[in-house]
Design a binder for this molecule. Structure first.
Ligand SMILES: Cc1cc2nc3c(=O)[nH]c(=O)nc-3n(C[C@H](O)[C@H](O)[C@H](O)COP(=O)(O)O)c2cc1C
Length: 372
């Protein structure tokens, strides 16, 4: 039997048996909403909505002004409505909305909360998670140990962890000059992270970043991973809420078009992978865009702990306006703001948009598509 014919084993998280060990990665802003998450859940994987700017997106869709808590509650509920397992990705960097998003998701009965873009050190203390699995995203065994030690003091252990390597889309947990180091490949990062997970209670390790085919999944499972998280493949599905222009940019992208943005980069301060022709990036690079911040999701705290300004508000020399750029690429205010397209390194291999069912069948090894 060839690897492409091997069935995949199931994945168990917090006592829940997930038939296909594939987690669809949270994709903000507005790319992974309930339409995508529920489709993945129905096919036996774990569907994930992104909490980023969700209040605006759900308020626009419903025509009612919703709070962050209500938006997270609604979107998670809808993701679970047709059955299967679904949850939410909540980024630590979105400090202002973090706790409300967590509360809304737990109250809606999210199966998982996956949290990264910073260390989610206080996650278990926000509210008793009941049946919701708490899953930190890490990029090293060291980060996982820090989290496990902190959570132990709070009387909690991770229910699983996502190990995200440097080939992923969105924000990367690596310094700009260590992204390409051989010591930071997902293959090299996995064994120490797996050992750490065993040390702190033997919870599942889900690997992410650059996984593209069924054979990639089989390879990482053989190396000791318990599941995979995939973003870019789901970005290019019919059910993803990326705008048609965004999906076309993914299809058109060549390997050379995919870069890690740095000066201008993300105001979060983390390296951020994009398609280099993204209009918002080009405008920031050429200083064509008047800096402004009218959204305020990426706020920093000042010395007194008060929310201050986004680094992209004063100038777009070092940071582009990520909120408006990503909102635009999900079709929000796209007539007023230019889009910013984030992708994983493998986006250049995408040559068509497919329904989630077709993709899940292929990834699970039920069908073999002719992929480049
Ligand atoms: C369009 C896009 C948006 C993303 N947004 C987020 C996000 O908001 N939060 C997060 O933790 N990860 C985000 N990611 C990372 C994915 O959840 C996933 O872990 C990663 O992309 C896996 O690598 P792959 O794209 O090579 O499959 C994003 C990825 C993509 C492609």
């Amino acid at each position: 039997m060839s690897e492409s014919e091997l069935p995949l084993p199931h994945l168990t998280i917090k006592g829940k048996r997930i038939r296909v060990p594939i987690v669809q990665g949270g994709m903000g802003v507005g790319v992974s909403l309930h339409l995508l998450a529920s489709a993945v859940a129905r096919e036996g994987g774990v569907g994930i909505v992104s909490s980023a700017c969700l209040d605006r997106l759900v308020s626009k869709r419903t025509g009612k002004k919703l709070t962050t808590y209500e938006a997270a509650y609604n979107e998670v509920s809808l993701s679970k409505a047709a059955g299967g397992y679904a949850g939410i990705n909540i980024m630590v960097a979105l400090v202002r909305d973090y706790e409300s998003s967590v509360r809304g998701a737990i109250d809606a009965g999210a199966d998982v909360i996956i949290s990264g873009a910073g260390l989610p050190l206080g996650l278990p203390s926000i509210q008793p998670p009941r049946d919701t699995a708490l899953i930190p995203i890490v990029s090293s065994a060291r980060a996982l140990e820090l989290i496990c030690k902190k959570w132990e003091k709070l009387g909690y252990r991770p229910d699983a962890t996502v190990l995200e390597g440097p080939l992923a889309g969105g924000h990367l947990g690596f310094k700009i000059d260590s992204i390409d180091l051989e010591s930071n490949t997902l293959e090299r990062l996995l064994p120490p992270v797996k050992d750490m997970a065993i040390k702190y209670g033997d919870f599942p390790v889900i690997v992410a970043g650059g996984i593209y085919t069924h054979d990639d999944i089989v390879r990482f499972l053989k190396m000791g991973a318990d599941g995979v998280q995939m973003g870019t493949r789901f970005l290019a599905t019919e059910e993803s809420s990326a705008s048609p222009l965004y999906k076309q940019a993914v299809i058109d992208a060549t390997e050379e078009d995919i870069i890690v943005a740095h000066k201008p980069g993300s105001p979060c301060g983390l390296p951020f992978r994009i398609i280099k022709q993204s209009p918002m990036y080009l405008s920031a690079l050429k200083r064509l865009r008047e800096p402004k911040c009218d959204k305020g999701y990426v706020l920093l705290k000042d010395a007194e702990g008060k929310f201050s300004r986004c680094p992209a508000k004063e100038s777009n020399e070092t940071a582009f306006c990520i909120c408006n750029g990503l909102l635009s690429s999900a079709g929000y205010n796209s007539d007023e703001e230019e889009p910013l397209y984030t992708v994983g390194t493998n986006a250049y291999r995408v040559d068509r948009i497919v329904p989630v069912k077709t993709l899940m069948d292929e990834l699970a090894g039920k069908t073999a598509l002719c992929l480049p």
